[in-house]
Design a protein. Structure first.
Length: 421
Protein backbone atom coordinates (compact mmCIF):
# COMPACT_ATOMS: atom_id res chain seq x y z
CA UNK A 1 0.00 0.00 0.00
CA UNK A 2 2.89 2.38 0.68
CA UNK A 3 4.47 2.19 -2.76
CA UNK A 4 1.40 3.43 -4.66
CA UNK A 5 1.10 6.27 -2.16
CA UNK A 6 4.72 7.32 -2.82
CA UNK A 7 4.16 7.20 -6.58
CA UNK A 8 1.04 9.33 -6.12
CA UNK A 9 3.00 11.89 -4.08
CA UNK A 10 5.82 11.92 -6.65
CA UNK A 11 3.21 12.53 -9.37
CA UNK A 12 1.74 15.45 -7.42
CA UNK A 13 5.23 16.90 -6.88
CA UNK A 14 6.06 16.61 -10.56
CA UNK A 15 2.73 18.17 -11.46
CA UNK A 16 3.40 21.22 -9.30
CA UNK A 17 6.95 21.51 -10.59
CA UNK A 18 5.64 21.59 -14.16
CA UNK A 19 2.91 24.03 -13.16
CA UNK A 20 5.41 26.38 -11.55
CA UNK A 21 7.70 26.16 -14.59
CA UNK A 22 4.78 26.78 -16.93
CA UNK A 23 3.64 29.77 -14.91
CA UNK A 24 7.15 31.20 -14.96
CA UNK A 25 7.34 30.67 -18.71
CA UNK A 26 3.99 32.38 -19.25
CA UNK A 27 5.11 35.28 -17.07
CA UNK A 28 8.32 35.63 -18.99
CA UNK A 29 6.49 35.54 -22.30
CA UNK A 30 3.98 38.15 -21.11
CA UNK A 31 6.88 40.43 -20.24
CA UNK A 32 8.03 40.41 -23.85
CA UNK A 33 6.49 43.51 -25.49
CA UNK A 34 4.29 43.11 -28.52
CA UNK A 35 5.63 44.58 -31.72
CA UNK A 36 5.27 48.33 -31.55
CA UNK A 37 4.58 48.34 -27.81
CA UNK A 38 6.69 50.78 -25.79
CA UNK A 39 8.37 49.37 -22.69
CA UNK A 40 9.99 52.62 -21.63
CA UNK A 41 13.41 50.96 -22.03
CA UNK A 42 15.81 51.70 -24.90
CA UNK A 43 16.10 49.17 -27.71
CA UNK A 44 19.52 47.53 -27.46
CA UNK A 45 20.03 48.21 -31.16
CA UNK A 46 19.72 51.94 -30.53
CA UNK A 47 21.80 52.25 -27.34
CA UNK A 48 24.61 54.71 -27.81
CA UNK A 49 22.84 56.84 -30.40
CA UNK A 50 22.80 60.60 -30.11
CA UNK A 51 20.08 62.30 -28.05
CA UNK A 52 19.30 66.01 -28.46
CA UNK A 53 17.50 68.37 -26.06
CA UNK A 54 17.39 72.06 -25.16
CA UNK A 55 19.26 72.86 -21.98
CA UNK A 56 16.19 73.92 -20.06
CA UNK A 57 14.77 70.39 -20.38
CA UNK A 58 17.91 68.84 -18.92
CA UNK A 59 18.51 70.82 -15.75
CA UNK A 60 19.30 74.11 -14.08
CA UNK A 61 23.04 73.77 -14.72
CA UNK A 62 22.61 73.92 -18.51
CA UNK A 63 22.16 76.93 -20.75
CA UNK A 64 18.38 76.98 -21.31
CA UNK A 65 18.48 78.44 -24.82
CA UNK A 66 21.11 76.09 -26.24
CA UNK A 67 20.99 72.55 -27.62
CA UNK A 68 22.85 69.71 -25.96
CA UNK A 69 23.66 66.22 -27.21
CA UNK A 70 24.93 63.06 -25.64
CA UNK A 71 25.85 59.58 -26.77
CA UNK A 72 23.88 56.88 -25.00
CA UNK A 73 24.05 57.58 -21.28
CA UNK A 74 27.11 59.82 -21.59
CA UNK A 75 27.52 63.41 -20.52
CA UNK A 76 25.39 66.16 -22.05
CA UNK A 77 27.52 68.51 -24.17
CA UNK A 78 26.73 71.55 -26.27
CA UNK A 79 26.40 70.82 -29.97
CA UNK A 80 29.63 71.38 -31.89
CA UNK A 81 31.62 69.95 -29.01
CA UNK A 82 34.94 68.63 -30.35
CA UNK A 83 34.77 64.89 -30.83
CA UNK A 84 31.04 64.85 -31.51
CA UNK A 85 30.98 66.43 -34.96
CA UNK A 86 34.65 67.12 -35.62
CA UNK A 87 37.19 69.62 -34.34
CA UNK A 88 38.01 73.36 -34.32
CA UNK A 89 34.52 74.76 -34.06
CA UNK A 90 33.76 78.43 -33.67
CA UNK A 91 32.45 79.23 -30.21
CA UNK A 92 29.70 81.24 -31.91
CA UNK A 93 27.94 78.13 -33.21
CA UNK A 94 28.15 75.94 -30.12
CA UNK A 95 24.76 74.95 -28.80
CA UNK A 96 22.98 75.61 -32.12
CA UNK A 97 21.42 73.36 -34.79
CA UNK A 98 22.10 74.68 -38.31
CA UNK A 99 19.59 72.91 -40.49
CA UNK A 100 18.49 72.34 -44.07
CA UNK A 101 14.83 72.27 -45.10
CA UNK A 102 14.24 68.96 -46.87
CA UNK A 103 10.51 68.67 -46.31
CA UNK A 104 9.86 66.15 -49.09
CA UNK A 105 12.49 63.58 -48.13
CA UNK A 106 9.80 60.92 -47.49
CA UNK A 107 7.37 62.24 -50.12
CA UNK A 108 5.03 60.25 -52.31
CA UNK A 109 2.19 61.33 -54.58
CA UNK A 110 -0.85 59.09 -54.70
CA UNK A 111 -2.46 61.33 -57.34
CA UNK A 112 0.23 60.36 -59.83
CA UNK A 113 0.76 64.00 -60.89
CA UNK A 114 4.42 63.74 -59.98
CA UNK A 115 4.96 61.57 -63.05
CA UNK A 116 4.04 64.51 -65.28
CA UNK A 117 7.26 66.13 -64.04
CA UNK A 118 9.38 63.07 -63.37
CA UNK A 119 8.10 59.94 -65.15
CA UNK A 120 10.54 57.76 -63.21
CA UNK A 121 9.76 59.10 -59.74
CA UNK A 122 9.91 56.47 -57.02
CA UNK A 123 9.39 57.39 -53.34
CA UNK A 124 12.02 55.03 -52.00
CA UNK A 125 14.58 56.20 -54.53
CA UNK A 126 13.80 59.76 -53.52
CA UNK A 127 14.47 58.95 -49.87
CA UNK A 128 17.61 56.99 -50.74
CA UNK A 129 18.96 59.91 -52.78
CA UNK A 130 18.37 62.26 -49.86
CA UNK A 131 20.20 59.93 -47.46
CA UNK A 132 23.07 59.55 -49.91
CA UNK A 133 23.79 63.27 -49.62
CA UNK A 134 23.80 63.52 -45.81
CA UNK A 135 27.56 63.12 -45.60
CA UNK A 136 28.11 66.13 -47.85
CA UNK A 137 25.73 68.20 -45.71
CA UNK A 138 27.52 67.20 -42.52
CA UNK A 139 30.91 67.98 -44.09
CA UNK A 140 29.66 71.53 -44.62
CA UNK A 141 28.73 71.96 -40.97
CA UNK A 142 25.03 71.10 -40.98
CA UNK A 143 23.75 69.23 -37.94
CA UNK A 144 20.09 68.80 -38.87
CA UNK A 145 17.59 68.53 -41.68
CA UNK A 146 13.88 69.40 -41.62
CA UNK A 147 11.63 66.58 -42.82
CA UNK A 148 7.83 66.60 -42.79
CA UNK A 149 5.70 63.46 -42.86
CA UNK A 150 3.18 65.25 -45.07
CA UNK A 151 5.91 67.01 -47.03
CA UNK A 152 6.00 70.56 -48.32
CA UNK A 153 4.91 72.34 -51.47
CA UNK A 154 6.32 70.45 -54.50
CA UNK A 155 4.90 73.15 -56.82
CA UNK A 156 2.14 70.92 -58.21
CA UNK A 157 -1.02 69.35 -56.82
CA UNK A 158 0.05 66.23 -54.96
CA UNK A 159 -1.57 63.78 -52.56
CA UNK A 160 0.97 62.99 -49.84
CA UNK A 161 -1.13 62.05 -46.78
CA UNK A 162 1.24 59.89 -44.62
CA UNK A 163 -1.80 59.12 -42.42
CA UNK A 164 -5.07 57.28 -42.85
CA UNK A 165 -8.25 59.26 -42.34
CA UNK A 166 -8.60 58.04 -38.73
CA UNK A 167 -5.09 59.20 -37.79
CA UNK A 168 -3.41 55.82 -38.07
CA UNK A 169 0.03 55.72 -39.66
CA UNK A 170 0.76 54.67 -43.24
CA UNK A 171 3.55 52.07 -43.00
CA UNK A 172 5.21 53.09 -46.28
CA UNK A 173 5.82 56.62 -45.01
CA UNK A 174 6.96 55.41 -41.59
CA UNK A 175 9.39 52.94 -43.13
CA UNK A 176 11.00 55.71 -45.17
CA UNK A 177 11.04 58.04 -42.18
CA UNK A 178 12.67 55.36 -40.03
CA UNK A 179 15.47 55.01 -42.58
CA UNK A 180 15.96 58.80 -42.59
CA UNK A 181 16.11 59.09 -38.80
CA UNK A 182 18.48 56.14 -38.47
CA UNK A 183 20.75 57.49 -41.23
CA UNK A 184 20.97 60.77 -39.30
CA UNK A 185 21.69 58.92 -36.04
CA UNK A 186 24.54 57.03 -37.68
CA UNK A 187 26.10 60.40 -38.54
CA UNK A 188 25.34 62.05 -35.19
CA UNK A 189 22.84 64.31 -36.95
CA UNK A 190 19.36 65.46 -35.95
CA UNK A 191 15.98 65.35 -37.69
CA UNK A 192 13.55 68.22 -37.15
CA UNK A 193 10.41 66.20 -37.76
CA UNK A 194 7.21 67.89 -38.90
CA UNK A 195 3.98 65.97 -38.47
CA UNK A 196 1.50 68.05 -40.49
CA UNK A 197 1.46 70.22 -43.61
CA UNK A 198 -1.59 72.34 -44.38
CA UNK A 199 -2.03 71.15 -47.99
CA UNK A 200 -2.44 67.55 -46.81
CA UNK A 201 -4.48 67.65 -43.60
CA UNK A 202 -7.75 67.29 -45.51
CA UNK A 203 -7.12 63.56 -45.22
CA UNK A 204 -8.37 63.53 -41.60
CA UNK A 205 -11.96 62.65 -40.74
CA UNK A 206 -12.12 65.08 -37.84
CA UNK A 207 -10.10 66.71 -35.08
CA UNK A 208 -9.99 63.50 -33.07
CA UNK A 209 -8.14 61.92 -35.99
CA UNK A 210 -5.57 64.73 -35.77
CA UNK A 211 -5.14 64.01 -32.07
CA UNK A 212 -4.74 60.31 -32.79
CA UNK A 213 -2.17 61.07 -35.49
CA UNK A 214 -0.18 63.19 -33.03
CA UNK A 215 -0.28 60.40 -30.47
CA UNK A 216 0.58 57.70 -32.99
CA UNK A 217 3.65 59.41 -34.44
CA UNK A 218 4.97 60.34 -31.01
CA UNK A 219 4.47 56.79 -29.71
CA UNK A 220 6.20 55.47 -32.83
CA UNK A 221 9.24 57.62 -32.01
CA UNK A 222 9.22 56.28 -28.45
CA UNK A 223 8.74 52.64 -29.52
CA UNK A 224 11.72 52.93 -31.86
CA UNK A 225 13.84 54.81 -29.31
CA UNK A 226 14.50 57.63 -31.78
CA UNK A 227 16.23 60.27 -29.66
CA UNK A 228 17.91 62.38 -32.35
CA UNK A 229 14.65 64.17 -33.17
CA UNK A 230 13.09 67.57 -32.50
CA UNK A 231 9.32 67.63 -33.09
CA UNK A 232 7.56 70.34 -35.12
CA UNK A 233 3.88 69.47 -34.82
CA UNK A 234 2.86 71.56 -37.84
CA UNK A 235 4.56 73.64 -40.50
CA UNK A 236 3.13 77.20 -40.26
CA UNK A 237 0.32 76.05 -38.00
CA UNK A 238 -1.67 79.29 -38.29
CA UNK A 239 -2.54 78.70 -41.95
CA UNK A 240 -6.31 78.83 -42.52
CA UNK A 241 -6.27 75.55 -44.47
CA UNK A 242 -5.59 73.64 -41.28
CA UNK A 243 -8.44 72.42 -39.05
CA UNK A 244 -8.93 74.55 -35.96
CA UNK A 245 -7.20 72.03 -33.71
CA UNK A 246 -3.99 72.90 -35.56
CA UNK A 247 -4.51 76.51 -36.69
CA UNK A 248 -5.68 78.02 -33.41
CA UNK A 249 -3.29 78.89 -30.59
CA UNK A 250 -5.42 76.90 -28.16
CA UNK A 251 -5.56 73.85 -30.43
CA UNK A 252 -1.83 73.90 -31.06
CA UNK A 253 -1.18 74.17 -27.33
CA UNK A 254 -3.31 71.07 -26.85
CA UNK A 255 -1.38 69.11 -29.51
CA UNK A 256 2.01 70.19 -28.13
CA UNK A 257 0.99 69.09 -24.64
CA UNK A 258 -0.44 65.85 -26.02
CA UNK A 259 2.87 65.00 -27.69
CA UNK A 260 4.82 65.98 -24.57
CA UNK A 261 2.59 63.80 -22.37
CA UNK A 262 3.48 60.67 -24.33
CA UNK A 263 7.00 60.86 -22.86
CA UNK A 264 5.75 60.81 -19.26
CA UNK A 265 6.42 57.08 -18.93
CA UNK A 266 9.16 56.81 -21.55
CA UNK A 267 12.90 56.39 -20.97
CA UNK A 268 13.58 59.71 -22.69
CA UNK A 269 11.83 62.81 -23.98
CA UNK A 270 11.99 65.03 -27.05
CA UNK A 271 11.46 68.76 -27.50
CA UNK A 272 8.15 69.79 -29.10
CA UNK A 273 7.00 72.97 -30.85
CA UNK A 274 5.48 74.27 -34.12
CA UNK A 275 6.13 77.07 -36.60
CA UNK A 276 4.15 80.08 -37.90
CA UNK A 277 4.08 82.03 -41.16
CA UNK A 278 7.25 83.46 -42.69
CA UNK A 279 6.96 86.83 -40.95
CA UNK A 280 9.59 85.89 -38.34
CA UNK A 281 6.98 85.52 -35.59
CA UNK A 282 7.09 82.82 -32.94
CA UNK A 283 4.20 80.91 -31.38
CA UNK A 284 1.56 82.99 -29.65
CA UNK A 285 -0.46 82.72 -26.44
CA UNK A 286 -1.01 79.26 -24.94
CA UNK A 287 0.90 77.58 -27.78
CA UNK A 288 3.97 79.65 -26.93
CA UNK A 289 3.60 78.81 -23.25
CA UNK A 290 3.43 75.08 -24.01
CA UNK A 291 6.34 74.87 -26.48
CA UNK A 292 9.86 73.67 -25.67
CA UNK A 293 11.55 75.84 -28.31
CA UNK A 294 10.67 78.45 -30.94
CA UNK A 295 10.71 77.85 -34.68
CA UNK A 296 10.97 80.88 -36.95
CA UNK A 297 10.21 81.25 -40.67
CA UNK A 298 11.64 84.31 -42.40
CA UNK A 299 10.45 84.13 -46.00
CA UNK A 300 9.10 87.65 -45.70
CA UNK A 301 12.29 89.15 -44.23
CA UNK A 302 15.75 89.94 -45.50
CA UNK A 303 18.75 88.52 -43.66
CA UNK A 304 19.21 91.36 -41.19
CA UNK A 305 15.47 91.82 -40.67
CA UNK A 306 15.14 88.17 -39.73
CA UNK A 307 18.08 88.36 -37.32
CA UNK A 308 16.69 91.53 -35.74
CA UNK A 309 13.30 89.86 -35.20
CA UNK A 310 14.96 86.86 -33.59
CA UNK A 311 17.04 89.09 -31.33
CA UNK A 312 13.90 90.94 -30.23
CA UNK A 313 12.20 87.64 -29.32
CA UNK A 314 15.06 86.05 -27.44
CA UNK A 315 14.06 87.66 -24.17
CA UNK A 316 10.46 86.45 -24.40
CA UNK A 317 11.19 82.81 -23.57
CA UNK A 318 14.42 81.31 -22.25
CA UNK A 319 14.71 78.54 -24.83
CA UNK A 320 16.30 77.94 -28.23
CA UNK A 321 15.16 79.74 -31.38
CA UNK A 322 15.55 77.79 -34.61
CA UNK A 323 15.22 79.39 -38.02
CA UNK A 324 14.10 76.46 -40.13
CA UNK A 325 12.69 78.14 -43.22
CA UNK A 326 14.00 81.17 -45.06
CA UNK A 327 14.24 82.20 -48.71
CA UNK A 328 16.45 85.14 -49.55
CA UNK A 329 16.56 84.53 -53.30
CA UNK A 330 12.88 84.80 -54.32
CA UNK A 331 13.86 83.00 -57.50
CA UNK A 332 16.76 85.28 -58.42
CA UNK A 333 20.13 83.54 -58.42
CA UNK A 334 22.57 86.40 -58.65
CA UNK A 335 25.64 87.65 -56.85
CA UNK A 336 23.37 89.89 -54.76
CA UNK A 337 21.07 87.10 -53.59
CA UNK A 338 24.05 84.82 -53.04
CA UNK A 339 25.55 87.45 -50.76
CA UNK A 340 22.20 87.82 -48.99
CA UNK A 341 22.09 84.10 -48.24
CA UNK A 342 25.60 84.25 -46.79
CA UNK A 343 24.65 87.32 -44.76
CA UNK A 344 21.74 85.36 -43.29
CA UNK A 345 24.21 82.84 -41.87
CA UNK A 346 26.42 85.54 -40.37
CA UNK A 347 23.51 87.53 -38.94
CA UNK A 348 21.79 84.51 -37.38
CA UNK A 349 24.99 83.09 -35.90
CA UNK A 350 25.63 86.49 -34.31
CA UNK A 351 22.31 86.24 -32.42
CA UNK A 352 23.19 82.84 -30.95
CA UNK A 353 20.13 81.26 -32.60
CA UNK A 354 20.16 78.38 -35.09
CA UNK A 355 20.34 79.23 -38.79
CA UNK A 356 18.32 77.23 -41.32
CA UNK A 357 18.26 77.19 -45.12
CA UNK A 358 15.57 76.73 -47.73
CA UNK A 359 16.04 76.81 -51.49
CA UNK A 360 12.79 75.44 -52.86
CA UNK A 361 13.87 75.09 -56.45
CA UNK A 362 16.87 72.99 -55.48
CA UNK A 363 15.24 70.27 -53.39
CA UNK A 364 11.52 70.88 -53.04
CA UNK A 365 9.79 72.32 -56.11
CA UNK A 366 9.04 70.27 -59.21
CA UNK A 367 9.63 71.99 -61.61
CA UNK A 368 11.04 75.43 -60.79
CA UNK A 369 8.38 77.98 -59.96
CA UNK A 370 10.22 81.19 -60.80
CA UNK A 371 12.18 80.30 -63.95
CA UNK A 372 10.75 78.34 -66.86
CA UNK A 373 14.27 77.45 -67.96
CA UNK A 374 15.36 76.12 -64.57
CA UNK A 375 15.37 72.59 -65.92
CA UNK A 376 14.54 70.90 -62.61
CA UNK A 377 12.42 67.87 -63.48
CA UNK A 378 12.98 65.91 -60.27
CA UNK A 379 13.95 66.19 -56.64
CA UNK A 380 17.68 66.79 -56.43
CA UNK A 381 19.49 66.78 -53.11
CA UNK A 382 23.05 66.92 -54.45
CA UNK A 383 25.47 69.81 -53.96
CA UNK A 384 27.15 71.11 -57.10
CA UNK A 385 30.87 70.77 -57.89
CA UNK A 386 31.35 74.48 -58.68
CA UNK A 387 30.06 76.40 -55.61
CA UNK A 388 28.59 79.84 -56.25
CA UNK A 389 26.52 81.54 -58.94
CA UNK A 390 27.66 79.17 -61.65
CA UNK A 391 25.88 77.35 -64.48
CA UNK A 392 22.20 77.38 -65.34
CA UNK A 393 19.06 75.43 -64.57
CA UNK A 394 19.47 72.52 -62.22
CA UNK A 395 23.24 72.93 -62.26
CA UNK A 396 22.84 76.49 -60.99
CA UNK A 397 20.64 75.28 -58.13
CA UNK A 398 23.21 72.72 -57.03
CA UNK A 399 26.15 75.11 -57.28
CA UNK A 400 24.30 77.96 -55.60
CA UNK A 401 23.40 75.80 -52.61
CA UNK A 402 26.92 74.37 -52.47
CA UNK A 403 28.28 77.91 -52.27
CA UNK A 404 25.94 78.88 -49.44
CA UNK A 405 26.85 75.77 -47.45
CA UNK A 406 30.53 76.34 -48.18
CA UNK A 407 30.13 79.67 -46.39
CA UNK A 408 28.43 77.88 -43.49
CA UNK A 409 31.41 75.55 -43.31
CA UNK A 410 33.78 78.50 -43.06
CA UNK A 411 31.72 79.89 -40.17
CA UNK A 412 31.28 76.60 -38.32
CA UNK A 413 34.86 75.39 -38.62
CA UNK A 414 36.56 78.65 -37.75
CA UNK A 415 38.70 78.15 -34.64
CA UNK A 416 37.59 79.71 -31.37
CA UNK A 417 40.46 82.17 -31.47
CA UNK A 418 39.54 83.31 -34.96
CA UNK A 419 35.91 83.85 -33.96
CA UNK A 420 37.01 86.13 -31.15
CA UNK A 421 39.22 88.33 -33.34
Amino acid sequence: MHKPQKRWRRGITRYWMFAVLAAALVGAMSAIPAQGESTGEPNSSRQGQVHVLPGHLIGADYEPDKFYVRQGEGEWELTYTPGWQGEDFSEAVRGTLPNLRSANAVFDDESGNVHDHDPDFDPQSNTDQFIANLDSYKANGLLATDVNLQGGNPNFDATNPAFNSDGSLRPEWMDRLGKVIEAHAERNMVVVLGYFYFRQTGVFDDEDAVRKATTNVTDWLIDNDYRNVVIEIANEHNDDDYPDIISSDEGMAELIKLAQSRFDNAAFRLAVSASRYGDASILQGPAADAADLSFVHCNGKDAQGCADAVADQQGDYDRPIVLNETDNTKGEYTDDTFDEDKKSIDAMVATGASWGYMLNQWNQYIPCRYHDDCGSTKFDYALGPDPGVNGSGEELMENFTAGVLEHLKSVVYSSASESED
